[in-house]
Ligand binder design. Structure first.
Ligand code: CP3
Length: 354
């Protein structure tokens, strides 16, 4: 293990951070970096504190959430923290019988398939997630000048888990409802938009500096279907938090064909996976919106020189763009060597120091 190169000076306040400056399209001291799933199984210190505690239980313990959220900030010197939770936490909080099965993902006991099932989804009240308010407040204090990103699942991705009853490759039952019962589908997405909006508001009001809406599985849709059957609900979520003025990031996987629409839904920043080069992603998103991404998370399994060469490609494609937040094109894979992530942060900082 070689000695760590010096890291950029920490900002005094989140508003002065490279991350928020990039979101606002202001000049940055260096390209900001954070990683989706930066907290989690790639870190031994995470596996240690999670021992014997179920995933959803850990999300309800503010001290534990705080510790886990801070772990990658301490270790990797990333430019932003992302609140440790899961997209299904607000669904659990309104009483949906679900669990996160290790190695599988969220599993719902009684899938939502009918009008009667839909009626069980009540609105989220801030008091349902008091532990989120508490954890965000603790974190904002501990983080000082490092910004905290709040997040939620987008209506389509949440609907997929609810309708399928668990993770799905083809989203066939979800699409069957979308095409076969458009009214029920629209009502389901609308309810989810309200729940998601409240979940984001709770995090912003407690002090989160930015929010990211994860529509991880939206890439399964054609642009036409996305625009007619999904985008109105995501737009409602963005609109419901617009008045706070915090940057709103929109991300999905395999969304090369949807990047323009995902920006139009009301996002300030759009995330891109690795399938479209960053400059082409920016072109598809259009002017005025910084891009986040887009290194393939599997690249981190290659030797250091190869990782740097691929990171270099991303940085080269970012030249001249209106704003770039370096990230992976999807979450950190659990088997990733954490030292490779630490080195990547240092490399991006060093290469972009202005
Ligand atoms: O560091 C961070 O990015 C914050 C934490 C975070 C988690 N889930 C923690 C988690 C975030 C942002 C999420 C969002 C999430 N959850 C998404 C959207 C992002 C994406 O990856 O596309 C989705 C689709 C989910 C649903 C979900 N939850 C999946 C697919 C899994 C993985 C199942 C597995 O075990 O492989 C989860 C569980 C989960 N959420 C883990 C973590 C750290 C792993 C569980 C564990 O550590 O025991």
């Amino acid at each position: 293990n070689d000695p760590q190169p010096p890291q950029p000076v920490r900002p005094a306040a989140p508003q002065d951070s490279a991350f928020l400056k990039a979101c606002r399209r202001e000049p940055v001291p260096h390209t900001p970096v954070w990683f989706m799933r930066q907290a989690g199984r790639s870190l031994p210190e995470y596996r240690k504190v999670r021992e014997g505690i179920a995933m959803l239980d850990s999300c309800m313990r503010p001290e534990l959430v705080t510790e886990i959220t801070l772990q990658p900030v301490r270790r990797h010197h990333v430019d932003a923290a992302i609140y440790f939770s899961d997209i299904v936490v607000p669904l659990k909080a309104i009483g949906v019988d679900l669990d996160i099965k290790p190695g599988v993902g969220p599993v719902v006991a009684q899938p939502v398939r009918t009008r009667a099932d839909l009626e069980r989804l009540r609105p989220l009240e801030p008091d349902d997630v008091g532990y989120v308010t508490e954890a965000v407040r603790l974190l904002v204090r501990e983080l000082g000048g490092t910004p905290l990103i709040g997040f939620a699942g987008a209506p389509f991705t949440l609907a997929s888990y609810l309708v399928e009853g668990g993770p799905s490759r083809n989203h066939e039952r979800t699409k069957a409802m979308m095409y076969g019962d458009p009214e029920l589908w629209a009502a389901l997405l609308d309810r989810l938009a309200v729940i998601t909006g409240t979940f984001l508001k709770v995090q912003i009001e407690a002090g989160a500096s930015a929010v990211q809406l994860f529509d991880s599985w939206a890439g399964a849709l054609s642009e036409a279907d996305y625009r007619s059957s999904v985008m109105p609900a995501s737009a409602k979520v963005f609109e419901s938090v617009a008045h706070y003025g915090v940057p709103r990031i929109h991300f999905g996987v395999g969304t090369g064909e949807l990047l323009g629409a995902m920006g139009e839904a009301g996002a300030d920043v759009v995330g891109a996976d690795w399938r479209v080069p960053l400059d082409e992603a920016a072109r598809r998103i259009g002017p005025g919106k910084p891009v986040q991404g887009n290194l393939d998370p599997a690249v981190l399994f290659a030797p250091r020189d190869a990782v740097e060469a691929q990171a270099r490609r991303v940085l080269d494609a970012a030249r001249g763009l209106e704003g770039h937040i370096f990230n992976l094109g999807h979450g950190v894979l659990p088997e990733t060597d954490p030292d490779a992530l630490t080195r990547l942060v240092a490399y991006v900082h060093e290469q972009t120091e202005r």
